[in-house]
Write a protein of this length. Structure first.
Lengths: 158, 176
């Protein structure tokens, strides 16, 4: 094998091995529980590396939360109970999808309201333009025609 | 002129809302425990492993709980301020995800302002209290209810403006 190819292959293998090392596998008694674990940890935000989910993050806190979620699932707790456990301690912010309650109405509905307002604004402007273009500009017409006539036929004869 | 009013108003409203948003810090997660009883725990005391510290020990007067670790540099930064705070009220330390010997060494090197230190090597107590970074400081009233949480190192300004006034107000509550 060419030396360069060997280096690339070795690097690729190391990277793949590294990703496996970084994520310890959580064992569950049923595949359904594994799926629930994957789904719940993907919905919880890592508070240390914000933007990452607890499933993806390498932070210690994320690992602690994953361990706890696994422990609760193995105890037979429902999805809702697991989520509530975390929200009780860390607040709504730990959820990627904030719950729909009076406090978060602005967050959820706001963008649609703004979008609706923008669309209405555009329609109004378009309608106004259409109306203005359709108006016969009678006076301007006659004046313009007279000036054009003068420019074409009279100025040239000077 | 009139047709410029609406877009202008909308723009100003948006600019104000978004401008305020820019000044907020998204890494400060508000605690859902404010106003609730401090979560129960049973912890081994750092210096006296056989002694158990529980949440009942925190009741009866206004106290602070300071979450710290020997590996946390910001905890070292705030240490003089925490020491100053310990003159105003008793502070209990929650030693988070640390090693007993390292924690004791840290207190030996820099001073121990704590009434007692709860040893939480796995962070289990921390998780019940919603700790997500160190340092964090909780203020509890005499009934053991969490009344305030500060996330991050306490600066002189935070101490003077946010923490000491609250502590004094709570201590006034206790007396009345």
């Amino acid at each position: 094998m060419r030396p360069h190819l060997r280096v690339w292959l070795g690097t690729a293998l190391l990277v793949i091995a590294g990703t496996v090392w970084a994520s310890p596998v959580y064992q569950f008694s049923t595949p359904e529980r594994s799926q629930r674990f994957a789904r719940i940890t993907a919905e919880l935000r890592c508070l240390v590396c914000q933007g990452e989910s607890v499933a993806d993050s390498n932070a210690d806190l994320a690992r602690d939360i994953r361990d706890k979620v696994a422990e609760l699932i193995r105890q037979g707790k429902s999805d809702k109970a697991v989520i509530n456990y975390m929200v009780d301690r860390y607040g709504d912010f730990i959820l990627f999808r904030p719950p729909l309650n009076p406090l978060t109405y602005v967050l959820w509905i706001g963008p649609f309201v703004l979008l609706g307002g923008g669309v209405l604004g555009v329609l109004r402007i378009a309608a106004l333009r259409r109306r203005r273009l359709a108006e016969p500009a009678a006076e301007a017409d006659a004046e313009a025609r007279a000036r054009i006539h003068r420019m074409l036929y009279e100025d040239n004869n000077r | 002129m009139k047709r410029y009013i609406i877009p202008l108003v909308v723009f100003v409203a948006l600019a104000v809302a978004l401008g305020v948003g820019l000044t907020l810090n998204p890494s400060l997660v508000p605690s859902p425990l404010i106003g609730k009883a401090a979560p129960a725990f049973r912890a081994s005391e750092l210096y006296d492993p056989g002694r158990t510290v529980t949440v009942a020990d925190l009741r009866g007067r206004v106290v602070a709980v300071n979450v710290w670790a020997s590996w946390c540099t910001a905890c070292l930064d705030e240490h003089p301020i925490v020491t100053e705070l310990s003159k105003a009220l008793p502070i209990y330390g929650l030693n988070y995800r640390d090693r007993r010997e390292k924690a004791k060494q840290w207190l030996h090197d820099f001073g121990n302002p704590f009434q007692a230190v709860m040893f939480d090597p796995k962070g289990r107590i921390g998780m019940d209290w919603g700790v997500y970074g160190v340092p964090e400081t909780y203020i509890l009233d005499a009934s053991g209810t969490i009344r305030y949480k500060h996330i991050g190192a306490i600066t002189q300004q935070v101490l003077d403006k946010d923490i000491l006034p609250r502590v004094r107000a709570l201590q006034g509550e206790t007396r009345s």
